[in-house]
Design a protein around this ligand. Structure first.
Ligand SMILES: [Zn+2]
Length: 165
């Protein structure tokens, strides 16, 4: 009789340990975990995966940094975000007529966030810094006005006017 009792105890213990004989209480699958029994830990099927949505990028107003964000389609409370510093490089020098351009580039540590590039015409055109106007009377009685750029002496502006008496 003692032997049978002992055997029964071992059997019950084994039953408890393996978790057999209960009705599984399922916790629904999540992005990272499959459907799992909360009592015995038995799993069924596979994790749902993140099903990431599209990456959105938000540039700082001064283009100094950029934040990449993506949201899990499985669970919108799972958000992945990374802010990276932007490298700025002048890719086009300004002229007197046209503004210069800066190209802003950023690389993220997260390999799923592709690097971003943006080119902005944000360097104002050069100032002529005009010098004083010089006047020269011509033999035919007309007057020539000339001014030279202080920023670039090879640039000058000239106009000849007929003088009416
Ligand atoms: Zn179970």
């Amino acid at each position: 009789m003692k032997r049978i009792t002992a055997l029964l105890l071992v059997l019950i213990l084994a039953l408890i340990l393996c978790g057999c004989g209960h009705e599984h209480v399922w916790r629904q699958a999540t992005a990272t975990e499959p459907k799992t029994c909360t009592i015995c830990g038995t799993t069924e099927g596979e994790a749902l995966g993140y099903a990431w949505g599209e990456v959105s990028y938000e540039w700082a107003e001064d283009n100094s940094s950029i934040t990449a964000t993506r949201v899990s389609g499985t669970d919108p409370s799972i958000v992945e975000t990374e802010t990276a510093t932007v490298t700025a490089e002048v890719t086009k020098e300004p002229t007197f007529e046209e503004p210069g351009e800066t190209t802003y580039t950023v690389s993220f540590e997260n390999p799923d966030f592709p690097s971003q590039t943006r080119t902005v015409a944000d360097i104002p055109p050069r100032s002529y810094e005009w010098g004083e106007i010089s006047f020269v009377w011509n033999e035919d009685g007309s007057l020539t006005a000339t001014r030279v750029s202080g920023a670039d002496p090879s640039v000058s502006e000239t106009e000849t006017a007929t003088v009416t008496a």
